[in-house]
Design a protein around this ligand. Sequence first.
Ligand SMILES: NC(=O)c1ccc[n+]([C@@H]2O[C@H](COP(=O)([O-])OP(=O)(O)OC[C@H]3O[C@@H](n4cnc5c(N)ncnc54)[C@H](O)[C@@H]3O)[C@@H](O)[C@H]2O)c1
Ligand SMILES: O=C(O)C[C@H](O)C(=O)O
Length: 309
Amino acid sequence: MKVTVVGAGAVGATTADNIARAGLCQELVILDIKEGLAEGKAQDMMQTSALLGFDTRITGSTNDYSKTAGSDVVVITSGIPRKPGMTREELIGTNAGIVKGVAENILANSPNAIIIVISNPMDTMTYLALQSTGLPKNRIIGMGGALDSARFKYQLSTHLNCSPSDLNGIVIGGHGDTTMIPLIRYATWNSAPVSNFLSEEQQKQIVADTMVGGATLTKLIGTSAWYAPGAAGAALVKAILRDEKKLFSCCVLLEGEYGQKDICLGVPVVIGKNGWEKILDYSLNETEQAEFNKSADAVRAMNDVLKTL
Ligand SMILES: NC(=O)c1ccc[n+]([C@@H]2O[C@H](COP(=O)([O-])OP(=O)(O)OC[C@H]3O[C@@H](n4cnc5c(N)ncnc54)[C@H](O)[C@@H]3O)[C@@H](O)[C@H]2O)c1
Ligand SMILES: O=C(O)C[C@H](O)C(=O)O
């Protein structure tokens, strides 16, 4: 199996590192436009192999897409991150051109690849990748909900004083500070609804803190996060390569599901060897559906910006 990670920056390198450490593929290519960066990070990672005991061969490439040929999965992380005080949406002007060019180069060299889009604004970049490659919908997956759901469980765990891995919780909708929807009604602590243990006020706080999870880290670090994003990207790669049929919230093309069409938005999907294989219907209540529709309106407005660039 062969995986390419485009972008050797914070998120790309962390995704690649997680993929290598887990031994998910035989060949791993990291590509970046910045001279020497991908080669250097690939060598550095390869030098951990004797210490960590993985067998993945990692190579780097400065914008030579022939090195990525025949990839089974490609993760796109290229593009600028936000600075404190910015929204993800403000990145569209720079990142749309980058993501479009990268997606076209990937398609030309790996026509059978499944593409995972991480670059922001992720929902719109996923839609753009789908449009510019014309790939079957199941092979374009936006990564945002997997990260937001992990952050949701982190927030829940701090209030419940429990292990995040004992929790179930999912965030759907857009991957934006105001567009994501942590589905607290469905969150459980080992099957028991979290509402059994948390006040209304605590639940509201957890939802609010989850929604600004990325912004909070950006303010603290000075640029956006990479450890959890890289782990989430690698988790999706693993689910595909190992055909796990694992459920994640991912940004995928909707064709009437959840009342929306011609838009890529976060919904619960099953991930396996074919990419996203099935959308699950969580039967949203009226409030949740209204939030989902509002989120779709905001993402659609960003998708419309693409036409003006
Ligand atoms: N979807 C998510 O959940 C999520 C999470 C974290 C970050 N992000 C996004 O991921 C992107 C990357 O974040 P980062 O922190 O790694 O940024 P970074 O600046 O550390 O790395 C980005 C890399 O992309 C490279 N690049 C730029 N143009 C390129 C091109 N045309 N071809 C190949 N490489 C190119 C840059 O040289 C740089 O090394 C940002 O847009 C950020 O907002 C998304
Ligand atoms: O917050 C950001 O801008 C990066 C990313 O989308 C995140 O959620 O960490």
